[in-house]
Design a protein around this ligand. Structure first.
Ligand code: AMP
Ligand code: GLY
Length: 430
């Protein structure tokens, strides 16, 4: 099988790494890929993830059998529809299904129809009406741009004034352009967040083990939101024994609604959940693997990923073919100083071989390039240093021991990836 992976981050490196282990895979292309996909033996092709014509032409020219889009943008632009029209299997939802991620208002409509528990909300395109709604409610709320805003379109506003400021920013100052022509005002929920991802074949959903992301830039969940500073699996707040029941509540009803609409959902459906005192609530859907959640999840996956993905495309997903190691996987993201704001590029990276010489360690490249034989940073998130361990504390120690082997000027990472889960385990034991 010849496979094309679309994207250039750590998630895509992990996808290439795992797909390369599939006995049925003979050749992998990455568009555009990064230093890590290259090191895995993939052929990087300089076609951007949003260049649909270029991607279809590449898949046809290279007689690709399976296309795996990593990020959301090609999905919302309709890459699956385009590949399908060209007779090429594509592991991802069509543009209709991808609106679950591309439009928060659409996701809310689907959740309502599917009776999925979520925060109460209202949608506004008029700033005056939104301000009045906030003043009448008299409490803080979460203000969300309707469309894709690279993870920056959500403001958790704890006061009315902060919420009004966010509304003005989005609806009047057009902070996110077309993506913030409509905003959602949402009830502010309290609780711990966790991710539930499922393989989906249009009608069936098979949950992956739970994962927990760390979105805030700084230790203790402080500082601005990022794409994700680290992740681990499983998350103690969502043990394996609860996965099926939660998929019944938050994922399978959505598959039923989309199938009714004539757009059966294929790919990974990712429910971002808040575990509140009143039960789980869906905060958002992603229509793809998360980055960095994908890296620890694929470290744990036992099975032929290419075969699983093809089974999804062909509507014959079989949970019996999918397994996971009982070990815990934990990934720490190394970022360039300044991220998620502006940051320098081109810093030399050394020590990856030494890190990977440690047992059960894999260093995934998020933003790297090779210049004159030297690996250099090429993005805000640069590496995701991932390790397996017996339990969360050991996985955490192993991942940070590997981080210590790596040198890169002007880089940093959070020092507490996994600590929230370790504290929860201690409470459960005590
Ligand atoms: P989203 O992109 O919708 O997942 O929102 C990004 C982040 O904002 C989430 O990971 C939460 O930390 C926070 N958030 C979103 N919605 C809510 C909510 N209703 N209540 C509290 N926090 C939220
Ligand atoms: N790590 C969160 C995301 O991929 O959306």
């Amino acid at each position: 099988m010849r496979v094309l992976v679309i994207g250039s981050g750590g998630r895509e490196h992990a996808l290439v790494w795992k797909l390369a282990q599939s006995p049925s895979v003979s050749k992998i292309f990455a568009a555009p890929g990064n230093g890590g996909t290259l090191a895995e033996g993939a052929e990087n092709v300089a076609v951007a993830a949003d260049d649909l014509d270029g991607l279809v032409a590449l898949a046809q020219r290279e007689q690709v059998d399976l296309v795996v889009p990593g990020p959301e943008l090609p999905l919302t632009l309709g890459i699956t529809d385009r590949m399908r029209a060209a007779g090429i299997a594509c592991f991802g939802p069509d543009a209709y299904g991808a609106r679950l991620e591309g439009s928060k208002a659409f996701a809310k409509d689907v959740m309502e129809r599917a009776k999925v528990p979520t925060a109460n909300h209202a949608v506004f395109s008029d700033a005056a009406a939104a301000r009045q709604y906030l003043r009448e409610a008299g409490c803080g709320m979460v203000v969300k741009a309707d469309g894709l805003a690279a993870g920056k379109g959500v403001v958790v506003a704890r006061t009315v004034d902060a919420a009004v400021a966010a509304v003005d920013d989005m609806l009047e100052a057009h902070a996110f352009g077309a993506a913030s022509e409509r905003v959602l005002l949402e009830e502010l929920l309290e609780g711990e967040e966790v991710s539930l991802l499922c393989f989906c074949d249009g009608t069936r959903a098979v949950p992956l083990p739970s994962a927990q992301d760390h979105k805030a830039a700084l230790d203790g969940d402080q500082g601005p939101n990022t794409g994700g500073m680290g992740a681990y699996s499983p998350a103690p707040i969502l043990p394996d024994s609860q996965l099926e029941a939660l998929a019944d509540q938050t994922v399978r009803p959505v598959l039923r609604v989309l199938a009714e609409d004539g757009h059966p959902f294929v790919g990974v459906l990712y429910a971002g959940l808040m575990m509140t005192a009143n039960g789980p609530r869906v905060l958002e859907y992603n229509t793809r693997f998360g980055d960095p959640e994908c890296q620890p999840l694929l470290m744990r996956l036992e099975g032929d990923l290419a075969a699983i993905m093809l089974d999804c495309v062909h509507g014959r997903l079989d949970a019996a073919k999918i397994g996971y190691t009982q070990q815990t996987a934990l990934g720490v993201v190394l970022v360039a100083e300044g991220y998620p704001g502006s940051y320098p590029k081109g810093m030399p990276i050394n020590g990856i071989a030494e890190a990977e010489a440690l047992p059960s360690v894999k260093v995934f490249h998020s933003g790297t390039a090779r210049r004159d034989g030297q690996l250099v940073s090429d993005g805000g998130r640069v590496l995701c240093v991932t390790a397996l361990g017996e339990g969360l504390a050991q996985a955490q120690r192993a991942a940070y021991a590997a981080v210590d082997k790596i040198t890169m000027p002007q880089s940093r990472c959070r020092s507490d990836i996994g600590s929230k889960g370790i504290r929860r385990l201690a409470r459960q034991d005590g």
